[in-house]
Design a protein around this ligand. Structure first.
Ligand code: FEO
Ligand code: CA
Ligand code: CA
Ligand code: CA
Length: 669
């Protein structure tokens, strides 16, 4: 951890720079940032002329040449002739302590950190929290949200199961008197086993039965479906890597039995009624020094592991790689859970590969196979898809144990290829360090490196649109990409605001290995020419956004984007939900629908099947504004907001919000 980061989120992003080019060449953005307060630049307070006045002509020429080499910006279509399928009244972009939703909609808190999940859960008392209480209560930092209609329900959009990931913990906002613990100067001095065990119980996921009565959603108390999954819940490893010697530990000589899941970010729901929940930044939880003879040095280094962002290794040997060098190989998977059976054992599906899984959104291909698109969220990492061997209609509940993982190569001509990660094929041979398919899957990044996959600007959610067959890839940002590292599909150096790429599978077949691609939008403020954003000109000052992260496609085939990293200091706006038109004349038009309170990021987005409810997750509310040097460090005692309770005795609480249209009907119409 480097010292100057102001929040845990920022520290996390700063640490995730593996694979970046170590060259010290200054980029255009660095030149500008060195001369101006970046907040002024990003708020548009400086015109392009002012930038040009102080930046060397050579730097400007390089930027212009780079811009010219990119796809042409969206055609300038006057607002009145660029209709979109999003007629709602736009929210004003900005940042304050509250959440805001488009007029004519209600956005109600459904469940908050600490609320009861299991029968007997004690009332939330943040001053006297315990691991036992937390294990029965809603966990921290809700991320992915999925909804399963209750079979046989009179109204499937008013009664169902909600599954929620609990990605990580912010100890400085959770625990009284503690403050940031991951700073070098602090070195987790205040962390105790009691606090670590609460953190472990606050990770994982929740299964909730929810019902809508008289228009109002509520969690059904003491439901037989209610479940908390934590960093201690017994799970099994299945598929080709299960039982590998590299998954064996002293506690598990079988290499098939694991305790818990961690850093579960986004996910997916399958047509057969299961929840896919994805382990992402698992490197944060491991510390210690790898024994010289472990054989895992290269593998762990490619995972930027250990990252030592948490104190868990001090109190639990399995998170100390000096003592348990194989434990990290047991994390970083897609976990499949049957939410309708609270006694079911979660399954880590090794066939789908091990990397920093952002999500796992799937679609049934023309062939009947299930295809799961997956982003590996780190700078310069890859986009993957998994294609099952069997068909969804086979009734096989272990479909995800057998199939082919592919990684994407994007060519400059707008074509692309899904390359299979199969032991023995191409360079994936013993000479290159792969003895079995287990080696290919455990070290999926190393295998993808060998195949020449395209290094992307942090792939987050990847989702198919069932109405059009197109696939959307959220590339959130990559400030480490240098000018000489740009390529057709990642065209911006110092890409602070990210972009969205649209894939079209050949023959409309998601199982096909060929595809074509184009950039849907380059994000950021279109009013600043140097940013190079390409929102349509119909996009208002509120309608543009930076840092796309999660996304959802609604029942009408409309794309909705959730962001992570906007703030008053960076973009003059909090994170939130933006509608993004992908079709017709309005293509490339963004429209602001919902915004989170300050310090938070936007996660979750998930619609009920009829689009009458839109579930969103507000993660880490109350953090400090990351780039504002005047912002006080956020702590339990002094958060930047006390959303959603606004009670001086209560810290801010991550929460799931249910958005509905007042008077009924589809959200966002
Ligand atoms: Fe957990 Fe990629 O964000
Ligand atoms: Ca999603
Ligand atoms: Ca996120
Ligand atoms: Ca993110």
């Amino acid at each position: 951890m480097t010292e100057p980061t102001r929040t845990r989120s920022q520290a996390a992003e700063a640490a995730e720079d593996a694979g970046s080019n170590p060259s010290a060449n200054a980029t255009f953005g660095d030149v500008v940032a060195a001369r101006f307060d970046r907040r002024d630049l990003l708020r548009g307070l400086l015109g392009v002329g002012a930038i040009a006045a102080v930046v060397t002509p050579r730097a400007l020429a390089a930027t212009e040449a780079a811009a010219a080499a990119e796809a042409a910006p969206a055609a300038a279509v006057p607002a009145e002739t660029a209709p979109t399928r999003f007629p709602f009244a736009e929210v004003e972009a900005g940042s304050d302590t509250h959440h805001h939703v488009a007029a004519g909609h209600d956005a109600e808190i459904l469940i908050r950190w600490g609320d009861p999940v299991l029968p007997g859960a004690p009332a939330f008392d943040p001053h006297h929290q315990s691991a036992a209480a937390q294990a029965k209560q809603f966990g921290y930092n809700n991320d992915f949200v999925g909804y399963f209609p209750m079979p046989g329900a009179a109204d499937p959009a008013a009664h169902g199961l909600l599954v929620v990931n609990h990605e990580y913990t912010n100890e400085e906002l959770m625990f009284p008197g503690l403050g940031r613990q991951d700073l070098k100067s602090v070195a987790f001095a205040g962390m105790t086993k009691t606090l670590v065990d609460i953190e472990m119980a606050a990770h994982g996921g929740s299964v909730l039965e929810i019902r809508r009565t008289d228009g109002q959603w509520a969690v059904v108390p003491d439901s037989k479906y209610a479940r908390r999954i934590t960093a201690e819940t017994p799970m099994v490893l299945t598929g080709p890597a299960a039982g590998s010697a590299r998954l064996v530990t002293a506690a598990d000589p079988t290499g098939r039995s694991v305790h818990g899941m961690i850093n579960n970010c986004a996910g997916g729901t399958t047509p057969w009624g299961t929840w896919l929940t994805c382990e992402e930044n698992i490197n944060y939880y491991f510390s210690g020094t790898l024994p010289a003879d472990s054989g895992e040095a290269k593998n762990h280094a490619r995972f930027n592991l250990p990252n030592s962002a948490y104190a868990w290794g001090r109190f639990h040997e399995r998170f100390d790689i000096g003592k348990t060098p194989n434990e990290p190989n047991r994390f970083g998977w897609v976990v499949e859970i049957d939410p309708f059976d609270p006694t079911s054992v979660p399954k880590k599906r090794t066939a789908m590969g091990r990397f920093k899984h952002e999500g796992a959104a799937g679609i049934v291909a023309k062939t009947g196979q299930y295809v799961v698109y997956q982003g590996d969220d780190e700078r310069f990492d890859y986009v993957y898809k998994f294609v099952t061997t069997g068909r969804v209609d086979s009734g096989d509940r272990d479909l995800l144990d057998s199939g082919t993982l592919h990684v994407a190569r994007f060519d400059a001509d707008g074509r692309g290829t899904w390359m299979p990660l199969v032991f023995g094929q191409g360079p994936l041979t013993p000479e290159n360090g792969f003895q079995t398919q287990a080696d290919v899957l455990i070290g999926a990044r190393l295998a993808a490196d060998r195949l020449g996959a395209t290094k992307m600007d942090r792939p987050e959610d990847v989702e198919a649109n069932p109405k059009t067959g197109k696939v959307y890839v959220m590339l959130t940002n990559n400030g480490k990409r240098k000018a000489d590292q740009t390529d057709a599909v990642n065209p911006r150096a110092d890409n602070r605001f990210g972009h969205i790429v649209e894939l079209t599978p050949d023959d409309g077949d998601h199982a096909a290995t060929g595809f074509s691609w184009e950039i849907l939008v380059r994000c950021g403020d279109p009013a600043i020419a140097a940013v190079g954003a390409t929102f349509s000109s119909a996009t208002t000052k509120d309608g543009w956004f930076g840092m796309p992260d999660n996304c959802a496609v609604d029942g009408q085939g409309r794309l909705w984007v959730a962001t992570d990293g906007n703030s008053a200091s960076r973009t003059g706006r909090a994170d939130g939900i933006w509608a993004m038109e992908t079709e017709g004349q309005g293509r490339g038009t963004g429209k602001h629908f919902f915004r989170v309170p300050c310090g938070a990021e936007m996660c979750g987005p998930y619609f009920t099947p009829d689009d009458t409810t839109f579930f969103v997750a507000v993660q880490h509310p109350g953090e400090a504004d990351e780039d504002d040097p005047k912002a006080a460090p956020a702590t339990f005692e002094a958060p930047s907001t006390r959303w959603p309770d606004f009670d001086s005795a209560m810290p801010p609480r991550p929460a799931v919000v249910a958005i509905t249209k007042r008077g009924g009907g589809r959200v966002g119409t």
